[in-house]
Design a protein around this ligand. Structure first.
Ligand SMILES: Nc1ncnc2c1ncn2[C@@H]1O[C@H](COP(=O)(O)OP(=O)(O)O)[C@@H](O)[C@H]1O
Ligand SMILES: [Mg+2]
Length: 242
């Protein structure tokens, strides 16, 4: 599905990500964990071509990823979205269709139905005429989740979708993730802390500039790896993790 080989990213000559290699298979939810500043967001943006790579190769179904962007959904970290931008909930989700079909076809009956279904799925249809700036953090996250659903993508990237969301939103997000998984989609989810992610995902990538560990939760979330990625300070969390 997705193959990343020897990915490296520098910001003004300073290395943020180096020698990252992995493959993603369909029907998996993969959690990316690692400390703040580890390069998790940078890695995803570089995979998508949103920022330049220093080196490395990214293939989607053995092809250049650029030709398949319509099949790849990306929900950025909340802090990277301009919440003052004047746009309604409905139109945020409709943007996913615009990208798919072009502006004129995007408002077709079919697209309208897809947008409605996505908003209903996350419980946001009633608020469709609201400005996105007038939503709670959880509601905002659900709108962007709906947008990714409306795109009908094959591969999904979510950057810290659980930050600042309520319990209801958290439950909706996990339900949707599992539905996507059983539709054989591929999901890469960046987590912001370790407690939240354990047991929910099929596989983990532990990142700190490069991949420290890659595997199931027992293989990745153990004292040795956590210390390697986070340093000694996180040791006290161990009992919660395992
Ligand atoms: N636009 C940028 N310009 C310069 N440095 C950046 C930029 N974005 C991120 N960085 C730096 O790159 C490193 C990785 O950041 P990031 O990918 O945001 O980490 P994470 O998502 O794991 O918290 C950090 O040291 C961060 O300060
Ligand atoms: Mg980040």
């Amino acid at each position: 599905m997705l193959e990343v080989r020897h990915l490296a990213v520098n910001y003004r000559g300073v290395c943020a990500v180096t020698d990252v290699s992995f493959r993603l298979e369909p029907g998996q939810i993969v959690g990316v964990i690692g400390p703040n500043g580890a390069g998790k967001s940078t890695m995803v943006k570089a995979i998508l071509g949103l920022i330049p790579r220093e080196s490395g190769v990214v293939k989607f179904r053995n092809n250049s990823l650029k030709q398949h962007l319509a099949q790849i959904a990306y929900v950025p970290q909340k802090s990277q979205i301009d919440w003052d931008y004047p746009i309604t909930v409905f139109n945020v989700v409709m943007m996913a269709r615009t990208r798919h079909t072009g502006w004129f076809r995007s408002h077709s009956r079919q697209s309208q139905a897809i947008v409605r279904e996505a908003l209903e799925r996350v419980g946001m249809w009633e608020l469709r005429q609201r400005q996105i700036g007038e939503l709670s953090g959880g509601q905002q996250q659900r709108v962007f989740l709906a947008r990714s659903l409306a795109q009908q993508a094959e591969l999904f990237f979510f950057d810290e979708p659980f930050v600042g969301v309520d319990k209801k939103t958290e439950a909706v997000i996990f339900e949707v993730f599992n539905e996507l998984k059983y539709q054989n989609k591929t999901l890469m989810v960046i987590g912001h802390d370790l407690g939240e992610v354990s047991r929910r995902y099929d596989r983990f990538l532990l990142l700190n500039k490069t991949i420290i560990a890659d595997g199931n939760s027992a293989e990745v979330i153990n004292a040795k790896n956590i210390q390697k990625a986070y340093g000694d300070g996180v040791f006290f969390l161990r009992s919660e993790l395992i």
